[in-house]
Design a protein around this ligand. Structure first.
Ligand code: SF4
Length: 365
């Protein structure tokens, strides 16, 4: 252990991390409530470099948000609206095709599609959407639909989650992005998204996807009303499923943006600080010892903090994006696109090695 950490309140945990020991719930809560940010960064960096060295991944991708009409109307969400709302939109299949065509010449390796639960869209719309995108971008992998959407399709079709996933895979779906996990605690869900599927159902759907050979991501939406204990419980439940299936590619923490949501100005909810973002990323890296990758979206943290996060456990900055609507509806003031050269420069200036990846973390360049 570096001498500067010998007096740290986390010294005993640092020794365990150096030895590669798995941490339990109590240790997780101590990390999650510690202000010793340098000790957290030191530990997270050990795990990061053990798994990925200096490699820092990014992907050339495009987001398509096909509809914001949603029956759930979660309190934390500034994106989902009722179908009568003047802000409501739904892309026709033709418009989805146009969005895919816009990037057809750009060697895009992933298309990311998520949207609201729109009762007017039949399941066939989704199947055809996947088929058409695949036809235009045969090389790109399609990462689409949260577990919440998959569950919704089981209600509209009468199929099981496994059957829904099989149909979508046949139409071109390659992986699930991981949204909708929020915080698994039923107390939290009852307060911020009472209409949403339970944490148990989210885990069940990801397990079903893993059993079909599909890879998915784990996520958390943090910094609203959850306690440190609830955050740690969430992480350990993901770690347990990963131990069972090995199907998670990466873990992605999403900081909560309160602007334009029903939680804005209530329950003392405010935007996160940089300190809190780095602590969340570092603790995730330390606790999730069976996840290969921790991703921070530069678009959510802002490019500068995202760059610093590369010393706090993060080894993936996501991608070039292009037109993201969901977090920008909640007040994110970051750009919606970053060039590949700018991403590479940002990674190099942090002393790391940029690696362009595909969805499965295979090296493109
Ligand atoms: Fe709908 Fe998802 Fe927003 Fe909830 S978070 S309102 S399910 S779009």
């Amino acid at each position: 252990m570096l001498p500067i950490f010998s007096e740290s309140e986390l010294a005993d945990i640092i020794l365990k991390v150096e030895e590669g020991e798995r941490l339990d719930f109590e240790a997780g809560v101590r990390l999650m409530t510690s202000n010793d940010i340098l000790a957290l960064g030191y530990m997270a960096n050990i795990v990061r470099e053990r798994k990925n060295g200096d490699k820092t991944y990014f992907i050339v991708n495009r987001h398509i948000n096909h509809t914001n009409v949603c029956v759930n109307l979660c309190k934390f969400c500034a994106y989902g609206v009722k179908k009568e709302d003047p802000r409501a939109f739904t892309l026709s299949l033709q418009e989805v095709e146009e969005a895919a065509r816009e990037v057809a010449g750009e060697r895009i390796s992933e298309i990311h599609i998520v949207g609201g639960l729109n009762s007017e869209l039949p399941f066939e719309y989704y199947l055809e959407m996947l088929q058409r995108v695949k036809q235009i971008l045969p090389e790109a992998r399609i990462q689409a639909f949260t577990a919440v959407e998959i569950d919704y399709f089981t209600h509209t079709t009468g199929l099981t989650a496994t059957e829904v996933l099989q149909e979508l895979m046949r139409a071109g779906l390659d992986s699930l992005p991981g949204g909708g996990a929020e915080v698994f605690s039923s107390r939290v869900r009852a307060k911020i998204c009472e209409n949403k599927i339970s944490g148990e159902r989210w885990l069940e759907i990801h397990e079903a996807a893993h059993n079909l050979g599909m890879k998915t991501n784990g996520t958390i939406l943090y910094a609203h009303i959850e306690t440190p204990e609830e955050r740690v419980d969430h992480l350990l439940r993901l770690r347990a499923l990963q131990a069972k299936t090995g199907g998670f590619l990466a873990f992605v923490p999403f900081p909560f943006y309160p602007k334009n949501t029903k939680l804005e100005g209530s329950m003392g909810v405010e935007s996160t600080t940089g300190f809190e973002d780095l602590r969340m990323l570092a603790v995730a890296r330390i606790l999730l010892d069976n996840f290969d990758h921790i991703k921070s979206f530069w678009m959510m943290l802002g490019p500068k903090l995202a760059q610093v996060s590369l010393a706090f456990g993060v080894d993936d900055l996501d991608g070039t994006v292009v037109e993201e609507k969901i977090i920008h509806a909640a007040g994110a003031e970051t750009e919606q696109v970053m060039t590949k050269d700018a991403l590479i420069k940002m990674i190099r200036k942090a002393g790391r090695e940029p690696v362009e990846r595909d969805t499965l973390y295979r090296v493109m360049q």
